[in-house]
Design a protein around this ligand. Structure first.
Ligand SMILES: Cc1cn([C@H]2C[C@H](O)[C@@H](COP(=O)(O)OP(=O)(O)O[C@H]3O[C@H](C)C(=O)[C@H](O)[C@H]3O)O2)c(=O)[nH]c1=O
Length: 184
């Protein structure tokens, strides 16, 4: 049984797979193509990613890949917790420029589906956080783009002190929303 909930931007989904506990621990099918398709998530994933962030307040994003290598992302947290954000960057969308956020954590055992056409980012809420995610297209650096996490036009309400986040050099130098390549 896979529970699926549409977030305020309905293309972005929260997924909670079943978790079977016993006196040894637990077992969970964290992805099952048939069960996810039956729940409306009919995607073919071609790459798995795993990132570890040592500190609370590590912020990765906002990132996306342009077509022809746009990626849908199925994100979950195997240790710790993140505040995950998806930003609609499809010009033709009624929610263009809008963002939605969700706490994703090992404790909640939830996942977020961030479709292609969205910029993605997260900030860690705990130290030693490990994020694993499946993507529907391979890494293509030439199509990789980023947007400033604190762009005022998007107005993401990060639940951390944004003056104290830890960024990669690439993300610290990211352009503003007004000057990036978008989706049609
Ligand atoms: C994304 C990616 C990166 N890399 C290499 C490139 C760099 O040498 C190194 C770190 O890459 P980056 O700093 O882009 O990693 P993150 O800041 O965690 O970026 C990711 O985090 C945000 C939240 C995302 O949604 C994307 O999946 C991705 O952009 O891994 C690869 O070899 N393959 C890949 O698919």
């Amino acid at each position: 049984m896979v529970k699926v909930r549409r977030l305020d931007i309905p293309d972005v989904l929260e997924i909670v797979p079943a978790k079977f506990g016993d006196d040894r621990g637990f077992f969970s099918e964290t992805y099952n193509a048939d069960k996810f398709a039956a729940a409306g998530i009919d995607l073919v994933f071609v790459q798995d990613n795993h990132s570890y962030s040592a500190a609370k307040g590590v912020l990765r994003g906002l990132h996306y890949q342009l077509p022809p290598h746009a990626q849908d992302k199925l994100v979950r947290v195997v240790k710790g917790a993140i505040f995950d954000v998806a930003v609609d960057i499809r010009r033709s969308s009624p929610t263009f420029g809008k963002w939605v956020g969700l706490e994703v954590s090992a404790a909640k055992w939830n996942q977020i589906l961030v479709p292609r056409g969205f910029a993605h980012g997260f900030v860690t809420l705990e130290p030693d956080t490990e994020v694993v995610y499946k993507v529907t297209d391979l890494y293509a650096p030439e199509c990789d783009r980023n947007i400033r996490f604190d762009d005022a036009r998007i107005g993401i309400e990060w639940p951390v002190d944004v003056d104290a986040v830890q960024l990669s050099a690439k993300d610290a130098a990211a352009p503003g929303f007004a000057s990036v390549d978008l989706f049609d």
